[in-house]
Design a binder for this molecule. Sequence first.
Ligand code: HEC
Length: 375
Amino acid sequence: MGRSILFSEMNQRPFEAIVVVSFVVLATTSVAQVLDGAALFQQRCSVCHSRETTSRAPSPEVLHARLPEAILDSLVNGAMRVQGSRLSGAERRAIAEYVTGRKMGGDVTGATVGRCPTQTSFPVLSSDPAWNGWGQGIENTRFQDAKQAGLTAEQVPHLTLKWALGFPDATSAWSQPTVAGGRVFIGSQNGTVYSLDAKTGCIYWTFSASGGVRTALSIGPRSGESGFAVYFGDTNANAYALDAVTGKKLWIRKVEDHPLARITGSPALYKDKLYVAVSSYEESQGASPQYECCTFRGSLAAIDVKTGSVVWKTYMVSVPPKPRGKSSAGATLWGPSGLPFGRHLPLMREGAWSMWPPETTTANPPRRPAMLFSH
Ligand code: HEC
């Protein structure tokens, strides 16, 4: 048995960012311009937004009367957030602009302004103040001393705002900033990952993930190569490694195929593996009597940091779900499903306990921490 690795709580409160609405007004080349909003609408929306009188979904003509920002808000935060979560930030924009026939201001990454004038090399992670990943070390203590932080507890109340960054097309900021090598690494709801200068906030690079990035980012040496890599997950259940200096993709790995799977817990980096916990959107979908709930099983995967391949993956519910009955609307109910491990052990925490049918009958008492693993 190796050391236990602790994971973040998935339902952590959104990081309280100072600014989450962008006021970037300089419109230059928009990523949305190269995406085909009409084709995307056809693929992702028209099955329901069809003009059929039986559909509750507003027709394209009704949507056309809205502002693109309102369509976007619905896809990010409103009634369509599950549909929107399957799209990248640029795709959501392209659809919103197509449906309304109006362009949005600025660029989806916000990176047409505020670029760093020069590309400095990324220094070796050394004695600089740093906070790497979610827990600040694999014990997840979330503690650092004054030397490591570069400031004392007494100084904290006297801090003043030095710079702020607005995330375009976003209404929440979840990703906890990582500070390393004099840079800040952070993801956004629209899927943009930023490498910023810690002192000035200028942008070194951005990367567009295919889903929102809620996790903290972990930085580690590139296995077998010089330089460093940045690791994180997105709301489409993809894990990523990027080059820390350039932001170029090293690998991307779909960790779970369930259509509603997402990664919200921050992946933990330890030696040559990245430990990735997978959760889902089924919780919110399950409220609909029409939805065939629930088929998702939470899982933990260990990924080889060099290649991105999955070394092992363990489902927290060991058996696949099967039909168990019907909902009031006649939809098939499935079980067992969910994430039953949360309350048992300190090894990992899940933010939202969900397990159906519940494993709490006398014949099947709550499980003890049986799922220990070594790295
Ligand atoms: C599975 C069916 C379905 C799909 C797919 C779907 N929608 Fe919807 N949409 C609906 C329904 C039903 C409503 C009405 C929701 C309500 O009234 O609660 C709706 C409402 C909306 C609204 C209005 C929401 C509001 O708060 O007023 C917008 C905007 C919208 N959809 C955009 C989209 C876009 C853009 C897509 C494609 C990315 C999409 N929808 C995909 C079913 C769907």
